[in-house]
Structure formats: C-alpha cells, structure tokens
Design a protein around this ligand. Structure first.
Ligand code: ZN
Ligand code: ZN
Length: 334
C-alpha cells in the first residue's frame, strides 16, 4: 500500500499525518498541490474563531494534474502535466439554487479546505469540473490567487455604476486583490479603508490610495462601498458613516461574520441606499479571475509575498498564517 501525507490542523497545532493512497475513481483526476495562499478564513480557523474539526487546510490551491483526465470547468481537456487552480466550493448541481445557476449559494455546498480536507496534502482527488486549467506561461505562484480574486470579481459585478468612486473596506487578501481587479473592471476611482497601521503602511508603500476610516474616504457624490471584512468592526464602520453616505450609494458586503447588521430604517429609505450581499463566486467569475490574473501578472504579483519551503517546519506554519505583515502570502507546498 502506498502511504501519503496530509498536514492536519487539530485546533492547536499542525501535524503531518499519513493516509493510505486512494485508488483513482472513474471521472476524477489526481492533482499534486503546489501552491497554497493564506486567507482570512485560514486565520480565523487557526486562531480558533472558526475551528470546527481537524482537517487539512488549503482552499486557495493550485497544482499539477498527475493522473487521470477529463474536462475542466471551462470545457478544456485536462491531461497529466496541466497546471490547474482548485475551485474549492463543490456545488451539487441538483438543488434549487444550483438549478437557477446560483452555485455559490448551493444548499449542499462542500467547502474544501474549510470544512473538509484541503490542499495541504501530497495529492488531492478532484472532479475535473472543479478545476480550471491555467496557461503554461502564467507565473506558478499566481495559481492559488484565482480563488480569492474570483471573490472580488463576483462582488464588484454587483455595483450598477463603475464610474462612481469605489471604497473598499479592508486590505486583507480579498480586499487588496479586489483593489487591483476593480481597476481592470473599469472602476476608475478606487480607494481603500484599512484600520491596521501595519497594513496601511504596506499598502501606501505599494502606491494604493488608502484611508484610516470610511468617513475620511467619502465625499458628496454617490459612491460604491465594498466591505470585504464583514466583522463587527467593518460593520460598525459603515454604521458610523451611515448618515454621511450620499443618497443613491450602493453597499456590497462580502465578508462573513456572525454579527447583526443594524441600519436606521429612515437613513436607508430616505437616502435610497442599496445594500447587497455577495457570497464567493460562480464558475464564470472564476474563469474571469484567471483571465485577469494572466493578462495582468505584474500588477497582481506585487501583492504577493512568496514563501518557499516553509512546510518543512510545521512549528512556523501557524505564525506564518497569523502574520499580517504581508498582503498575500503564498506558500510552496512541495
Ligand atoms: Zn479564501
Ligand atoms: Zn446545489
């Protein structure tokens, strides 16, 4: 029997464990995960906020097909040696949401790397429709960024007028990638709001236009607000600026949190504000994200801190995930 490894987070530490090799079933392909990018969700799991059970993390994953063949989500043929990005929100294709094309809201969604074993493993067995083939000349470390970039693509498409000023709350992974993506999708005036002084400094060094609070970032014209954080602080940020948000503005919230969002009814009605939720992405957003990353590799690469060979010391992995002195950390798995 062939024995493979996985890196499991048990709520406290990362442990390398061995599992028997699974035979490749008909209709699946085997991939070797190569790059993993760290996301706010991973930080929430590792810090204990969202921990549910021991799993291998890694939902922002790219790797090589090593066995099997099939058709990817775009309808392209997958063969051994192809470099792919993982679509880690497996939808059922059968429920009412999937029937209407809202795969992102699938009632039977399986969240790979968040609720089930993800990419921090020697191999993964995946249905080809949950893989997207990437161009041969795309930089390898951009592969795992297709997923978080797709979150921004989906959210940005909710705004009805990209000519309006866009204010992005939070420059974590999703927010900073959305900042780059917004320019490419035609938003001409993009500003961010970031509370962490450390991140604010890095963002300014990168040439991003960033303020400390939403109140500073808004003026008299109707605006688009994208909240990529969605925790009590970012919600409070919107609430506190609510009476100053100009009439007709649109607010899209993408970060998940268990907090209650309170708006003063009159403010919402009298100003005709629009508030929309946005959850992950659909395959079309994923395909678009990979196209944007491929055609603008240099712009996206400036947000990436690449870390080689850090999985050989698992004691460091936790602090690397929790470290917020980088905008987007991409770690080589093997
Ligand atoms: Zn993520
Ligand atoms: Zn479904």
């Amino acid at each position: 029997m062939i024995i493979l490894w996985k890196i499991i987070f048990d709520g406290k530490d990362f442990q390398k464990v061995v599992t028997p090799d699974e035979p490749l079933r008909q209709g699946f392909v085997k991939i070797k995960p190569i790059f993993y990018s760290v996301c706010g969700t991973d930080k929430s799991i590792v810090s204990g906020k969202w921990f549910s059970r021991p799993i291998a993390l890694g939902h922002e994953i790219s790797g090589y097909v090593v066995e099997g063949s099939g058709t990817d989500m775009k309808g392209e043929r997958l063969e051994k040696g192809d470099y792919v990005a993982l679509y880690p929100n497996y939808y059922c294709g059968e429920c009412i949401e999937c029937k209407y094309g809202n795969y992102n809201a699938c009632r039977n969604k399986r969240m790979i790397g968040v609720r089930e074993d993800g990419g921090l493993s020697e191999y993964m067995i995946v249905e080809p429709k949950f893989l997207l083939k990437l161009p041969k000349d795309m930089r390898e470390e951009l592969g795992p960024l297709v997923e978080p970039t797709a979150v921004g693509v989906h959210a940005l498409k909710k705004f009805s007028d990209p000519r309006r000023r866009l204010v992005i709350i939070g420059l974590g992974g999703t927010g900073s990638l959305a900042y780059e993506t917004a320019h490419l999708l035609g938003f001409s005036d993009v500003t961010a709001v970031e509370k962490s002084d450390k991140k604010l400094k890095i963002a300014r060094e990168l040439g991003l236009k960033v303020f400390h609070s939403l109140t500073e970032a808004i003026d008299d014209e109707p605006i688009n607000i994208l909240d990529t954080v969605g925790d009590e602080k970012s919600v409070a940020e919107i609430e506190s600026a609510m009476d100053r948000i100009p009439a007709g503005s649109e607010i899209v919230i993408t970060g998940l949190g268990s907090d209650i969002l309170k708006f003063h009814r009159d403010v919402l009605i009298r100003r005709e504000l629009t508030v929309k939720g946005s959850i992950i992405y659909n395959p079309s957003d994923f395909i678009e994200a990979s196209r944007l990353l491929y055609t603008h590799q240099r712009e996206y690469l400036r947000l990436v801190t690449k870390v080689e060979d850090r999985l050989s010391n698992l004691n460091e992995l936790k602090s690397l995930i929790l470290d917020d002195s980088n905008i987007k950390t991409v770690i080589r798995i093997q």
